[in-house]
Design a protein around this ligand. Structure first.
Ligand code: ATP
Length: 764
């Protein structure tokens, strides 16, 4: 049959190499607009292949020369591979690489480095004019195009790490020698202007390595240097870290989020107007202008999209112009277009001379080619470190290639998982498999994952590890004026705002973040409904039914004790992640945060009691005097403040909602039972608890306000009741209760503050 050849122009980033029936020729095309020579590959293939897939075109877009780069490589590969399978069903999957009649690999020979070729003893690539990956033509989901960033120059940081080990103690093990090894000596480096991707299966150690490199976690062995100097605290300000979970306030808008970060973190030397201008620049650089006034959103409220939220998180870091940016799975959960937008942002950041390190799960082939360097981790060991574009060629050189069309990232993750299904494997592995001396994966007729892992680790150590270690010895040169920044100079905490400015900013942020909660319809309806029910239950009760009225007063002390207590219990656990993150980067002083939190939350706590009391007081027929009403409301205020303080203490002590609510319910019951209404004859050894109970003090105050029983000899009718008698046995007026409540208000808060300080020490 006469062979009809069709030429397809492929992106230089992903080259399809077919050996065997497919012929492969190369040509160069000049990229319009950027004068970049890009190695393109003209793939000729048998017409049967084309026919077998019904002649469907694999080129999705090719309107102009520049559009020729928009070929969907995955689609193309799938189509061609599909054709191949129909055409030739004799492929021996699982046979040794020598026997393979056909193998596929996706790499960029054009960009394959000469050094690697030499190390691997492969023929040197003829084309070395690889174009940098380019996604400028990516399909944008909105009209905004990501533009090049305009970041101020910062100290370029060359990060090197050699033989980094990490282990964690296992339960019951006391010796420091013992423990579970998480990282087994990882080596690598990344220069300013480069993106290093950490890839590997779940649990491979990516996040652990990222945390260690960013100075967040201490490691157990090896060395990490930043421009050939070890980590110092002064580096903290040069490092940005975007966590996997988006740590943001859901009720703040995008612009508010960035503005508060800018006000708190940007240098004191900048004016507020300049800080706001910086926010606007970041908003436009990250294409967030359109949603700048939308709430971020969270689990329970709708907000911006996942990709936008991730960009906000990146924005909060790049506002500070970091030299080193770490990102933990910035693309997880995002569709491919949004993910490539995020990676394009990372490329733009790297182009500004920053060093970018990111973990990534399973990028598309397009994304994969956007990374400069790659570390493939498997069970805490390095399976590959080098140029991302060389990875496929390296694995091909050790005998591991995909037998069917496969995204390179998918192939690499499969390898790291030890899954050799649909992949060729070298004779060493095959021997083990055939002789049956090692574990077999009977189901798939492939070597076992353990054998594959051992083989890959050994192959890396033999072929690449020594070379990479040798390269780390090359000294880094930095400009003289910047070298001082890396010395171990005494660290002066540089807060972006003064203490009073921090307080004001955090106060405003607290009000904006929590206003929805305090003014929510549900909360207002709840309080008003309870007020009306209480009013109806005690409707027009008079002092002749003293027991009833005492019950009402006790209920008031209980309700306005426990309601604010349970509100406060959620206070710090809810903000824990944010607090840890912001404190770890010295964004503000803890005292400023704590005071701002109290001053922003407490006034809102005091809004509802007067409304409640207005309804109840006149419905139930308590003393109809303005002074009595006012003092009753003030008493309730004291109760609210003391209970809120106790709630803060419990909240700060545990920083965990479950534990805090459990303890709070025990405390609530104890205080209620010792409050003086249910039990009057409490055994002496237990009676001291009542003095800690704000219920007890509030109840006594309310009784005194209503019945004037300042001492037991008072004959205003109240002495008839044993309830009141037992609660008015003191010689003092209301002073004792008031003083006790004021002490509680401050003491509980002081304990809460100290608990938060302790947390800070633990997380350091
Ligand atoms: N403090 C710790 N105590 C016990 N095990 C730990 C600790 N930190 C990490 N590990 C273990 O180390 C391994 C690597 O964890 P790590 O979070 O780094 O993986 P990962 O590659 O980032 O995974 P994923 O992609 O799922 O986030 C996991 O098996 C994890 O359970």
């Amino acid at each position: 049959m006469e062979e009809e050849k069709r030429e397809l122009t492929l992106s230089s980033d992903a080259t399809f190499m077919a050996h065997g029936k497919f012929g492969c020729t190369r040509s160069h095309i000049s990229r319009t607009g950027e004068n970049k020579n890009v190695a393109a590959h003209s793939l000729s293939f048998d017409k049967r292949a084309d026919n077998s897939r019904g002649g469907g075109t694999v080129i999705r877009k090719a309107k102009s020369l520049s559009d020729q780069f928009l070929i969907n490589i995955d689609g193309l590969i799938n189509n061609v591979a599909g054709s191949y399978h129909q055409m030739d069903s004799n492929v021996k999957i699982g046979s040794s690489s020598k026997e393979l009649r056909y193998s596929l690999s996706f790499t960029s020979p054009a960009s394959l480095s000469r050094e690697l070729s030499e190390v691997l003893k492969l023929p040197s690539p003829k084309c070395n004019e690889a174009g940098a990956s380019d996604v400028s033509e990516e399909e944008e989901s909105d009209s905004c195009k990501l533009t090049r960033m305009h970041m101020e120059p910062s100290l370029p940081i060359h990060l090197k790490f050699e033989d980094v080990k990490y282990k964690v103690p296992e339960k019951g093990e006391r010796s420091p020698e013992e423990g579970k090894h998480i990282l087994h000596g990882i080596t690598g480096s990344v220069r300013p202007g480069e993106i290093l991707a950490l890839m590997g299966p779940s649990g491979g150690g990516k996040t652990t390595l990222l945390n260690i490199l960013s100075g967040r976690t201490k490691f157990n062995g090896g060395s990490i240097t930043y421009n050939d100097k070890p980590y110092t605290k002064s580096l903290k300000q040069r490092i940005g870290y975007v966590t996997q979970d988006d740590v943001v306030f859901p009720h703040l808008t995008v612009k508010e989020t960035l503005t508060y970060v800018a006000l708190l973190r940007l240098s004191k030397d900048l004016s507020i107007a300049q800080k706001k201008e910086r926010v606007m620049n970041v908003l436009s650089e990250l294409c967030l202008e359109r949603c700048q006034d939308t709430a971020i959103g969270g689990k329970f409220i709708r907000g911006v999209s996942g990709g936008e939220r991730k960009r906000v998180c990146i924005g909060t870091e790049i506002l500070l112009n970091p030299s080193l940016l770490f990102l933990d799975e910035p693309t997880s959960g995002l569709d491919s277009t949004t993910a490539s937008r995020i990676v394009q942002i990372l490329q733009n950041i790297a182009k500004e001379g920053k060093t970018v390190v990111t973990t990534i799960h399973q990028p598309s082939s397009k994304l994969f080619n956007m990374f400069d360097k790659l570390i493939l981790l498997g069970k805490g060991s390095t399976l590959y470190f080098g140029k991302a574009s060389d990875a496929m060629m390296y694995f091909s050189s050790i005998g591991c290639s995909p037998l069917i069309a496969m995204n390179p990232a998918e192939f690499l993750i499969d390898l790291a998982n030890g899954n050799m299904f649909d992949k060729s494997f070298p004779s060493e592995l095959e021997d083990k498999f055939q002789c049956g001396i090692r574990r077999l994966n009977i189901k798939n007729d492939t070597p076992s994952p353990i054998d594959v892992h051992e083989f890959l680790v050994k192959a890396y150590e033999i072929r690449l590890a020594e070379r990479e270690k040798a390269m780390l010895l090359e000294p880094v040169t930095i400009r003289g004026d910047q070298s001082g920044m890396m010395q171990g100079r005494p660290v002066v905490r540089d807060f972006g705002a003064t203490w009073s400015q921090q307080f004001c900013i955090l106060f405003m942020r607290g009000i904006r973040e929590r206003r929805h909660e305090y003014f929510s319809c549900l909360r207002v309806t709840q309080v008003i409904s309870i007020a009306i029910i209480v009013g109806l239950l005690w409707w027009n009760s008079d002092s002749s039914s003293l027991h009833d009225q005492a019950g009402l007063l006790f209920f008031l002390s209980v309700f306005w004790g426990f309601y604010p207590l349970f509100t406060a219990v959620f206070m710090f656990p809810q903000e824990r992640a944010m607090l840890v993150k912001e404190r770890s980067i010295d964004m503000y002083k803890l005292s400023a945060y704590f005071l701002a939190k109290n001053t922003s939350d407490v006034p809102m706590e005091l809004l509802m009691p007067p409304v409640f009391m207005l309804i109840v007081y006149f419905m139930v027929g308590l003393k109809l005097q303005f002074s009595a009403f006012s003092v009753t409301v003030l008493t309730i205020f004291l109760s609210v403040l003391a209970a809120h303080g106790l709630g803060q203490t419990i909240s700060a002590a545990f920083l965990d909602v479950k534990k805090a609510t459990t303890l709070a319910s025990i405390v609530v019951m104890t205080f209620m039972l010792t409050g003086g209404f249910f039990s009057q004859k409490v055994p002496r050894f237990m009676s001291w608890i009542r003095y800690l109970s704000f219920n007890y003090h509030t109840y006594r105050l309310l009784l005194k306000i209503q019945y004037g029983c300042v001492d037991s000899t008072s004959a205003s009718g109240c002495s008839e009741s044993h309830l009141v008698k037992n609660n008015s046995e003191t010689k003092f007026g209301r002073e004792l209760e008031v003083v006790a409540m004021i002490i509680m208000i401050f003491a509980y808060r002081l304990i809460a503050y100290l608990c938060l300080r302790r947390m800070e020490i633990r997380t350091n």
